[in-house]
Design a protein around this ligand. Sequence first.
Ligand SMILES: *Cc1c(COP(=O)(O)O)cnc(C)c1O
Length: 412
Amino acid sequence: MNTATSPGMSRTRSADLIELEHSLGAHNYKPLDVVLTRGERVWVWDIDGDRYLDCLSAYSAVNQGHCHPRILAAMVEQAGKLTLTSRAFRNDQLALFYEELAALTRSHKILPMNSGAEAVESAIKAVRKWGYEVKGVPEGQAEIIVCSDNFHGRTIGIVGFSTDPDARGGFGPFPAGFRVIPFGDADALEAAITPNTVGFLVEPIQGEAGVIIPPAGYFRRVRELCTANGVTLILDEIQTGLGRTGRLLAEEHEGIEADVTLIGKALSGGFYPVSAVLSNTEVLGVLKPGQHGSTFGGNPLACAVARAALKALTEEDMIGNSAGQGAYFKHHLEGMGGGAVREVRGRGLMLAVELHPEAGGARRACEALRARGILAKDTHGHTIRLAPPLVITRDEIDWALERIEPVLAALG
Ligand SMILES: *Cc1c(COP(=O)(O)O)cnc(C)c1O
């Protein structure tokens, strides 16, 4: 069958696909009505052939840019050799994935999983078990402290400690053992710790909440409190990690090291779901054969893809580019707005523009950006997230700024 080439025909095709999606799919998302078919570096194309600058990067899963050729080559090569053995047998990619990831992140132990939510769940299991076996918490009493407005994924366990009514409403009952404190408030952490506290799970920068950066010095005190009280500090770097904020891990901005670090998303450069729990020997050391697992976790295809994704990230200086281009992007966004902009926030290429409530809403701004060739995501009504792939060039940022400026001006 011929693919539609005339604009009229493919418009019909686009409308048809949207209608099909709507009639057959669960309506748990409300995407912009752009039907994408191809991606390369920072650019994506819809089925009408229109090109857009991707300023979401699949929530930072495609930090390396769309269809990165080195990752693609590794995936194709490995897919033709061996894709899945299960962990009942060994494969020749897993050990090398461990070796390279451990060297890069200075981790002692690694647990490979698939989605980010699975990494979070796995960390919760390991830290609870560590609490009982090493810290000596009475069986069934382990507590984990989390922050309000957190986002750690969508499983029952995780949404049970979400404070977002949409995320948790109607899904209970939930597992017990979690305490919620405000984000960025070290005194609240100090007050919430009890002898049964086994972990503090927190994002270095709250991404889904709207790119919320905690006060300077917060994480240094968090680190001290966790160390002093024998509490495992679990940093969810699934979105902030792997170069997004201009450092390999966002913890580096704070001058601290977590006990457990969760990564996912860009660990595969967007090719495949790959996540990992990184820890010292003590925490992951409590998991013994048969106590945890995943059919796909650590499979050779995932490992080969992740190894190539990490090499692309580090060897092509994407982290340095994120820091440099992010600072430039942020500086120029700060000079814009015609009164509509309340604040520009972010680190590296994890940026957000918060609009004044009377500016008419971030969704409308994102629709206007789309019409000018930029795909961005609104969050929490008044915030536009801008997080392009880390391979973006100065010229491409200038191209984006030229289009963002009139959109923000029209709001003001
Ligand atoms: C995306 C995200 C997750 C969940 O990852 P999934 O792969 O969607 O399960 C967890 N934590 C943070 C901070 C995230 O941004």
